[in-house]
Design a protein around this ligand. Sequence first.
Ligand code: NAD
Length: 382
Amino acid sequence: MKILMIGGGGFIGSATAQALSEAGHDVVVADIFDPQIHGADIRKSPTFQKLGKDVEIQVADARDPSAMEPLVRQADAVYFFAAGTGTGQSMYQVRRYCDVNVMGAAVLAESLAAHRDGLKRVVLSSSRAVYGEGAYQCAAHGNVTPAGRTAERISAGNWEPSCPICKGALRPLASKETDALLPTSIYGTTKLAQEQILFQSCQGFGIPFVAYRYQNVYGPGQSLRNPYTGILSIFSQLLAKREEVNVFEDGLPTRDFVHIADIVHYNVRALELPPSESVILNVGSGRGVTLIEVVKALAAALGVDAGYRISGEFRAGDIRHACADLSALAAKFGARKFIRFEDGVRDLVDWISRQESGGLSGLAYRKSLDEMREAGLLGGSR
Ligand SMILES: NC(=O)c1ccc[n+]([C@@H]2O[C@H](COP(=O)([O-])OP(=O)(O)OC[C@H]3O[C@@H](n4cnc5c(N)ncnc54)[C@H](O)[C@@H]3O)[C@@H](O)[C@H]2O)c1
């Protein structure tokens, strides 16, 4: 197949492009190569370098219909990865996130009209951010969906969401695709908009659609420059430089980390689904890991002391717990043994150690937090 990958020059897109190219597909990557992710010279970007000579690269903006329409017209399948991905940054660069994430999807939706009969599938990289805090269980009221946590509650050290009915304690549940969609960040809202725009357009044109709601993806190839997203990349680089890691809240928020190889596996398999089928599926590892466990696992892999400080700070837009329910994914594709977090972390650390200098500085990371603080979106003690 001729496969167009919009935003395919980044972490997940480039790994997927490489796998599809190796599987014999004819791959075209269209990417703006945003300097926040790739640096000023794209030739030095590890993901740009990885794309290799078998993948055609077009430096193009997903928001530009004159660039996208001819590319879509030639494609048998389209993967859409283009996005700003910083949850915190999205809270104060609201126009930028809406512009890139929503307009990019809208341009693809309009481009589909001209090519409705030729396209076999559209695959979107969506996010667990569409769930917001996700589903919880209350002993008195059963399954509930708490709204985002208020700054007032969090400032008082009430980190956990409470029951929307009785304000009592809750137990987090793994997110199912059928859960309520209540994003707590601008990023999450734009990912939900991408899903809905592309779902509705594909349905209208009769084009099979897949949206994968990824949890936190990590592994070789993730941007080492971007201070706005990628907790494992940021923490591991700070630890390697013996800089103290600022662990938010009480250190006990959890995230579900899924290795890039597992994500690529499902991205490639999206092409195997029956032509009549449109689906929205979670992709994660199904295991929640606390921030403190993250720092300890990285420090162990690096062979350094886990130098961290539980700062009590919190960012507007952040959720407390994330973990995917993978039963729908397994029903569609069969069971899979996911890469264990501790093994994947060693793989990431090993890859980082082999990269040339030019990664993240502690200064750039602190600047990203200062931006949030100045915008009034970083709360708690310092
Ligand atoms: N990495 C994660 O943990 C994760 C989790 C959930 C969802 N996702 C989603 O997966 C997708 C890929 O994420 P990633 O981690 O590879 O991020 P990334 O930042 O490495 O890649 C995004 C790519 O989009 C490109 N891009 C940005 N604006 C563009 C525009 N206007 N036109 C064309 N290209 C543009 C960037 O240059 C970059 O190469 C995103 O849509 C993201 O929301 C990622």
